[in-house]
Every structure is written in C-alpha cells, then in structure tokens.
Design a protein around this ligand. Sequence first.
Ligand SMILES: *Cc1c(COP(=O)(O)O)cnc(C)c1O
Length: 401
Amino acid sequence: MKKLTNTPDEQGKFGQYGGSFLSPELQREIDKVNDCYQRIKNDAEFIAELKYIRKYYQGRPTPITFARNLSAKYGGAAIYLKREDLNHTGAHKLNHCMGEALLAKKMGKKKLIAETGAGQHGVALATAAAYFGMECEIHMGEVDVKKESPNVARMKVLGAKIVVVHEGAKTLKEAVDSAFAAYVKEADTALYAIGSVVGPHPFPVMVRDFQSIVGREAREQFMEISDGRLPDHVVACVGGGSNAMGIFHGFLGDENVQLYGVEPLGRLKTADKNIVGEHAASVAFGKKGILHGFESLLLTDGNGDPAPVYSIASGLDYPSVGPEHALLHEIGRVNYIGANDDEAVAAFYELSKLEGIIPALESAHAVAAATRMAANLPGQTILVNLSGRGDKDMDFVMSLK
Ligand SMILES: *Cc1c(COP(=O)(O)O)cnc(C)c1O
C-alpha cells in the first residue's frame, strides 16, 4: 500500500485524478466558491453553526445498531449499521447540503441549484433551502421523476422548483448537465450545490469534509460499544461516493480496518464481464476520463462517450465516481466490489424482515455485500453505512412482484 495523503493538492488533484476542467466563465465562479470555502472551513463561527444545526436540526449523532438477527442468520461476522437513515430527510445527503447551504449564505447567495437522481439530494437541498430561507431549483431526469414520485412531491411541498430533463437517458448524468447550464446564467446570486464527492475542485473535498462527520461519529461509537476495538471491515455503497467517503474518512488511518466500496452491478450476474448499459460500476469497468468538470474513472461506450448506466437504485446510476475513490482504488486502500439488482432487492427484504429497518435500495447494496462476506469471517465485525431509508422505494419494490 502506498502512503496516503488525505487532502488533494492545491489544484484539487487526488494523485492523477480530480482537478477542474471548466469553461473560463464557470471556472471564475467556482474559484470564488473555492476561495470562500478555504477561508471559512476552519472558521470557529462556521464550525459552531454547523455543529448546532447537526445536533438540533438534523438529529445527529445518528446511532450505530447491532444487527443481531441478520448476523445470527449468517453465523459469521457481527454486522453493525451506521444509521444515516435516521438523519433528517432519511439519508446522509443532508450532511453536505446543510454545509453547502451555510456556505452559500456566507457568500451572500439567495438561491441553490442542483441536480438529483433518486431525489434524495433534491429533497435534502430543498430542506436546506427552506431552513435558510433560500430559493431552490432542482434538475431531475424524466425517468427518475416518474420512478421517485414521493420525493418529487416532497421537493414541491418544501418549496423547490423542479426542472424536468428530457435529454439522453433522462437520468442523473443529463440532470447534472442541465443544472450546470442553469448555474452559469445565475452564478452571481446562486450557488451550485453538487450532490456527491464529484464535480470540479473544491466539490469532492468539500462534500467529503461535510460527510466526514459520519466516519468521526462511527469510529467513536463503535469503540464505545466494543471495548475500544475498531471494526475489522467497513462497507458502504458507491454511487458518486459521498456516503462511502464520509464513513471511510473515519478509518483511513487505521491500517487494520479493511474498507469496501460496493458498486451497483445492475443486471450483470458477476463483475467479470462488462456489458455497457447494464450496470454503473465505474471503478470496476471505468477508464481515466473527464466528465462534469473533473477527471476520474469513467464508464464509456464504444465511441469513448460517457456510457449509459443502469442500476435499480437511482442514486447509484452515475457513469463516474469521486476522484478520491479512484485514488484509493489505485493505491489499494479500499477494495471495490459489486452487488447486483437481485442481491440488493433480497437484502432490502432481509433487513426489513429481520431487523425492522427498511433500507434504501442504494444502501441495500452495502447490506448485500456485508451478508455475503459475513459467513467467512467468524469472530470479526463488519460496520455497514446504512446511507438511507427505503420509504422512497416502496412503490417501486412492490411493483417488481
Ligand atoms: C444518493 C444516495 C446514495 C449514493 O450517493 P453517494 O454519493 O455514493 O453516497 C446512496 N444512498 C442513498 C440513500 C442515497 O440517497
């Protein structure tokens, strides 16, 4: 394992990945965001405000739950869950949305613009906008609008304006393009608030910093319930990679803690063979490339264009991945593995029936990987980041029957 530096360089490079690839006009705006973030991130007042919000609005810290019945079923490792499903709005995304909105407020902005896939980022950002009294405009692919109607309703109730995107595959990738275009026109008064550890510098590091609360809490809580021991394995699902970066950051320095990022294999049976359009496993099958203003591992089609992607979990279907993940993969610090649709749906039911916790289909990928590993790891512990709750997926899962 090569030595790890856990911050990017001044250009926002994580090794050979990351950086910023934008038009000059957009770069000027993003530079302002970066300047402000670098200035404010260690500011005592900013930190205190965020801490207050986390405790009294979001309901943090979220607990760790021992999944007693699930662990007993597999008869090997003890499985624990970090309960981001209990964070306000039902997923980890509010962790970075409140940070981004607070930054926007400090920059004197009046409006937040973003894309959303499953609708979780849109709901979280609309929530943050309501809290801070800001306008909110959410770009969402037509396919996702249909699939995630409860979240669309929530965003509307929260006062956000929804822009439905009809281009291309009509999912997350096209929504990002559309949100970027809208932001360029209104950058004076709006802030673009990306929904994961992706996009141009400083977003990958900024979103990771805001999400690292998950790992900091988890590390302390796990030691508290395990006589000072750390988990042997930490597992999280990876779409853009924000919930995974959040929990991994608590353990990157602990060499004995094995880290696993679980990518969506979609309709593939195994991770051996790439069939374009059937999955969204960017680390497993991606090559170095640029999309949405940053360089990372990118899934491409036969022509070298961003590939169509698919997962049963809308929040995971993105054809690239955060640059820090690409680096962590390259140096071998994190193992990237996969779970397919069928495994995720099975885990969705299993966790619901055995533990009374309905997971998001995204999080169910991590649960599936953990249960697969558990039988071969007697006496060991696995900590799963349960990134969100599955209420939003109920109608869709029932329609599969
Ligand atoms: C959006 C989402 C994800 C995927 O995003 P990451 O940036 O990879 O964390 C995972 N789980 C839930 C519940 C989500 O809403």
